[in-house]
Ligand binder design. Sequence first.
Ligand code: ZN
Length: 287
Amino acid sequence: MDIVRIGTAGIPLGAQPRTSLGGVRKLVELGLDCMELEFVRSVHMKEQAAKELRAFCEESKIELTVHAPYYINLNSREPEKVEASKVRILKAARIGWLAGAKSVTFHAAYYHDDEHEHVFEKVKQELAQIRQILDDEENHIRLCPETTGSPSQFGTIEEIVRLSVEIPGVYPCIDFSHLHARSQGALNTYEDFCQVLEHVKERLGRSALDHLHMHLSGIEYGAKGEKKHLILPESDMNYQAVLQALVDYNVGGWLICESPNLEEDALLLKHEYIQITNNNKGGIKNG
Ligand SMILES: [Zn+2]
């Protein structure tokens, strides 16, 4: 039986000191399982700090994932911006690997006015190069482009899964809240979430569900998709249905909570997940 590790997007709010190490200590205290290193503005961690973090995480059984900077656009019209984007992903992947992180996620690109197929090919080409560089360095961190929350951003579930099919070492990061926001609220039932997991399983094989990088939070959205993250119980996000689907598909991996109250919603998810798991004992439906 695979398990989903549940944790926070960055250092829990109640952690002191406000360092990654302090954050991991707080997670242990709270009974959470993982943390995403949020390098969303820049990759600021030093090598020594990454090594210390790795040692402490191994000891305390906390797993790490990484969010690379927001300023990434592998489809920029300006070649130097594409290069800078690749450097940002590489930097996040390198320091993450040193810290023992399993996976690095990022928002890959914007469509601009380009044909989506053209954008796909461009992103694929750049991402394959990044993978090659990391492989040459024997850096095996999972490269996980994320499903995005706005129709102007590259990152439908089909695109992200297809990239993963076509580039070995690339895997999907599924942000369920983004899928919900992108569809302007349409995608939100148990059947919808099962379909997403079914798509991953069909195209990538059962093993892709064993180590899945995922995001979940409450979300506000409009005609242009994602607006901002909300606290889960104050949003229309059907997180219980997401968790039920994860249990029924026997999904394993990392579920990162990006709600503004971080650890509070992460704990809510964890308690609910444990409850559903206990209720389901004796029969896995779709595993
Ligand atoms: Zn993200």
